[in-house]
Design a protein around this ligand. Structure first.
Ligand SMILES: Nc1nc2c(c(=O)[nH]1)N[C@H]1C(S)=C(S)[C@@H](COP(=O)(O)OP(=O)(O)OC[C@H]3O[C@@H](n4cnc5c(=O)[nH]c(N)nc54)[C@H](O)[C@@H]3O)O[C@H]1N2
Ligand SMILES: Nc1nc2c(c(=O)[nH]1)N[C@H]1C(S)=C(S)[C@@H](COP(=O)(O)OP(=O)(O)OC[C@H]3O[C@@H](n4cnc5c(=O)[nH]c(N)nc54)[C@H](O)[C@@H]3O)O[C@H]1N2
Ligand SMILES: [Mo]
Length: 756
């Protein structure tokens, strides 16, 4: 491998490297000095909320409350490049399909509504009126149950509410969301054990906890602003215990790029006090080991008349403890060591931190959720927390780190395929109609429906569905058999190039841009990972005068599709989003009371969480201990030559948007077509550094799935594990390979073989 392809990075997360990372985007994308002003307003009351991750925007904000990757995401939206009708006149859609994701988005912001012209294989400009009328005519012809309304987790609460209402007025609950590929495991798995589908922590909990157990979340790249409270916690002596197959730089050391002293002195803070390189899919076993240690210490304490467990809490607030305890005691250490890839002594050391800490938080991300037994991963982390009453007290709790900036909020205001999660009776009364009550399709079911021919149309509110889902080859073929595909987007991506018979590409305003309507400039709102809701005002001049807001596009399609209804005032809502907030308040009075008055509360207003109050909305009415059936979360057997592939994000991408080819914090530069494997496994498989290999799926279902052209790169991973990048490796994931309970695709342990 040549030197340009890789460099080693020994520096901390944040620091000068982080500023250089932003500068590389500034260099290419710097539009006007006004961009700096825009960044200054990022994540502050009265400003706009970052379009990148869902980490909370605190009340006591820094002068620049954004991070390397938030700045990249913003500048990406502010680009001066434009993807105009001229561009589409020059290139056929078939030609563009051969381009890389990076090169497609690099064309800049979409400027005009476009219709796909099949005869010439070009996108051609059309008017909004023409687009809405044609889409409405198609939707009226179709059975609503055969239509999918997808959303990527960015659109505001106002747009999301209108979109979900449109689906139900039209006649379906087919509202899959990017969270179906992400934290659906949380929504379903956490709900089952604590009765709340979102995390229980608030910001202040991170300043009073004694220990944080951190599983499968790459903070340095994916929610860098979270490094600030983590750094504060580490500095005051809070123990951070990390479980991750990859030694992620951001979880090891951090230099605060917003602190001149730290930047000049190069002073870095050690973040994790213990770092355990657990095997991919090995977390149930690792947690089991810690629980075993806690029980052993409790036995010792009992002999002296003390207790490690919080017996009062267990007795009055939980159910299922005996069976769980039985399972832990009967699980042998050698099985735990084998399945986790960690030594007993290491797990006892981690368990001892838990024993000694009064207040503990559990944090997790895709490493736990994207597994076949992902729900069991989460239940096992909850088990550990419940043993000492670490949910529902200050400084404690469970904290899933959510993905898209409003992905949690979209679910809150009705984007859900599960009708039982939506107050349908309220909607019926408010809008005088009978909403559909049957379960809609989630992402995996929508894909199955496309493959079987049951799904005839797809409307995408943002996102890059075809690129984000598993089973890419079969799905791209199935996609083209649909009657209608509509994509609402800011930038061109691959999903816009695999069209149905009738296809429209509708460009929308970004969040940084001024959204002027009949009633003046509009505010939109978002809910973050810690359930705080805040307003966001864009002030930039729109990228093109032909753009509409997402809400106006949704309303435009709805008006062209639905019969008039005196209780449904699309034009009034487009003119004043405050009226939509009033409707959200009427639909969800507990969470959203005084919505319009409270939306600029610094730090956002908290919508509350029953489990935080120790009210358990579970089947048993208690917090639920559960005894996992298995120790491995992978869902498949280990066999010689079969590896566990983790599909990872680099530091230079936002999901399918590739900003560049620098995975700075992992020291991987210049290419994304890599296969990460440890030197010992390389030797065992007879591989050389830089050798080009293929990965083939080893799911045992007879389907050929292959990705070639991958350069072998030695990398410190546990034995039996491989790493590579999402979305390039998605063709390897079978559609059936998903979390059992929630159907979240299991992208973090995919069974594969290496072919030379
Ligand atoms: N800059 C940037 N920010 C983002 C995104 C982005 O792409 N770029 N994406 C956004 C979205 S939608 C989401 S959902 C989040 C995703 O943020 P994360 O939850 O951090 O997701 P990933 O980066 O996919 O991987 C998470 C970590 O899991 C580890 N891991 C893999 N397998 C296992 C395992 O079996 N056990 C354990 N313990 N760890 C494992 C990986 O090494 C990696 O460090 O970030 C959001 N923020
Ligand atoms: N193998 C593997 N697969 C995965 C994952 C993984 O870790 N591994 N992660 C999964 C996860 S966590 C997620 S969330 C999904 C992501 O799936 P999606 O949310 O569908 O994909 P994104 O890449 O976030 O979507 C990017 C596109 O959104 C559009 N866009 C950007 N901003 C806006 C906006 O303001 N409005 C509108 N309307 N459009 C906009 C742009 O056109 C851009 O090309 O992928 C999942 N797939
Ligand atoms: Mo996500």
């Amino acid at each position: 491998m040549s030197k340009e392809d890789t460099v080693d990075y020994d520096g901390p997360a944040g620091g000068w490297g982080s500023l250089r990372g932003v500068a590389s985007v500034f260099g290419r994308e710097w539009a006007t000095p006004a961009a700096l002003e825009t960044l200054r307003r990022q994540n502050k009351p009265g400003g706009f909320m970052c379009v990148s991750c869902a980490w909370t925007k605190p009340a006591d904000y820094h002068p620049f409350e954004f991070c390397e990757n938030g700045a990249k995401a913003t500048l990406w939206e502010l680009t001066s490049l434009r993807c105009t009708p001229d561009f589409f006149a020059k290139h056929t859609v078939t030609e563009l399909r051969g381009w890389k994701d990076y090169d497609l988005e690099q064309q800049g912001r979409l400027t005009h509504p476009m219709r796909y012209d099949r005869a010439s294989d070009h996108y051609v400009p059309c008017s909004w009126e023409e687009a809405f009328t044609a889409i409405g005519a198609e939707l009226k012809q179709l059975d609503p149950k055969s239509v999918i309304f997808y959303s990527s987790g960015r659109a505001s609460l106002e747009t999301s509410y209108c979109y979900a209402l449109f689906a139900r007025l039209y006649g379906h609950n087919n509202l899959p969301d990017s969270s179906n590929m992400c934290h659906e495991t949380t929504s379903v798995g956490l709900k089952k054990v604590i009765g709340a589908s979102v995390g229980t922590c608030v910001y202040d909990d991170f300043s009073t906890c004694d220990a944080i157990f951190f599983f499968g979340q790459n903070t340095g790249s994916n929610s860098p602003r979270f490094l600030h409270p983590l750094q504060e916690a580490a500095k005051r002596g809070c123990k951070i215990i990390t479980f991750n197959p990859v030694r992620e730089r951001g979880l090891e050391f951090f230099t605060n790029p917003q602190s001149p002293v730290e930047m000049l002195t190069g002073k870095e803070t050690q973040i994790s006090s213990q770092y355990h390189q657990v095997k991919a899919g090995g977390d149930i076993a690792a947690l089991m080991g810690m629980c075993k240690h806690v029980l052993a210490k409790d036995d010792e304490a009992k002999a002296q008349g003390r207790s490690v467990l919080d017996r009062d809490f267990i007795d009055s607030h939980t159910s299922g403890f005996e069976e769980f305890e039985q399972r832990v005691r009967s699980t042998e250490w050698d099985a735990i060591e084998r399945e986790s890839g960690l030594e007993r002594s290491a797990l006892e050391a981690a368990g001892q931190i838990y024993v000694e800490a009064d207040r503990v938080i559990g944090v997790y991300g895709m490493g736990l959720t994207q597994q076949v037994h992902g729900s069991d991963n989460i239940a096992m982390l909850v088990n550990l927390l419940l043993m000492k009453g670490n949910i529902g007290r200050d400084g404690t709790g469970i904290s899933p780190v959510r993905g898209h900036s409003n992905v949690q909020g979209q679910r809150t205001v009705g984007i859900s395929e599960k009708p039982e999660l939506v107050p349908l009776d309220k909607l019926a009364a408010l809008f005088g109609f009978e909403p559909p009550r049957d379960k809609g399709m989630n992402t995996v079911e929508a894909c199955e429906g496309m493959l079987s021919g049951k799904v005839k149309a797809f409307v995408g509110l943002g996102g890059n569905f075809v690129r984000a889902i598993p089973e890419r080859d079969a799905m791209e073929n199935a996609w083209q058999t649909m009657r209608l595909t509509v994509q609402i987007a800011t930038k061109l991506n691959r999903s816009h190039l695999i069209n149905g018979e009738v296809a429209y590409l509708l460009p929308c305003l970004g969040r940084t841009e001024e959204d002027k309507q009949a009633g003046g400039p509009q505010t939109v709102t978002m809910e973050d990972s810690l359930s705080c809701i805040q307003g966001s005002i864009g002030r930039r001049k729109p990228a093109s005068e032909h753009l509409l807001s997402e809400l106006a596009i949704v309303a435009g399609m709805a008006k062209a599709t639905l019969a008039p209804n005196p209780k449904v005032d699309w034009d009034g809502w487009i003119g004043d989003y405050g009226k939509v907030r009033d409707l959200i308040e009427k639909t969800y009075p507990e969470e959203f009371h005084d919505f319009n008055d409270r939306m600029f509360t610094p730090g956002g207003f908290y919508r509350g969480n029953s489990a935080r109050e120790r009210i358990w909305k579970t089947e048993s009415g208690k917090a639920q201990f559960s005894a996992p059936e298995m120790l491995s979360a992978t869902g498949f057997k280990d066999e010689p030559g079969r590896y566990r592939l983790m599909t990872l994000r680099s530091n230079d991408q936002f999901n399918t948007t590739i900003y560049g080819y620098s995975d700075r914090l992992r020291g991987i530069e210049g290419t994304r077509d890599v296969l990460l494997i440890n030197p010992k496994e390389m030797q065992k498989a007879g591989l050389q550094e830089g050798q080009v290999v293929s990965l083939v799926s080893d799911a045992g279902d007879g389907v050929e799935r292959r990705v070639g052209g991958l350069k072998v790169l030695p990398f410190a991973l546990p034995d039996g594990c491989l790493g590579g990048y999402y979305p390039e490796l998605n063709p390897l994931i079978p559609l059936s390979h998903h979390d059992k309970l929630s159907k979240t695709p299991a992208a973090k342990s995919v069974p594969v073989r290496i072919e030379t």
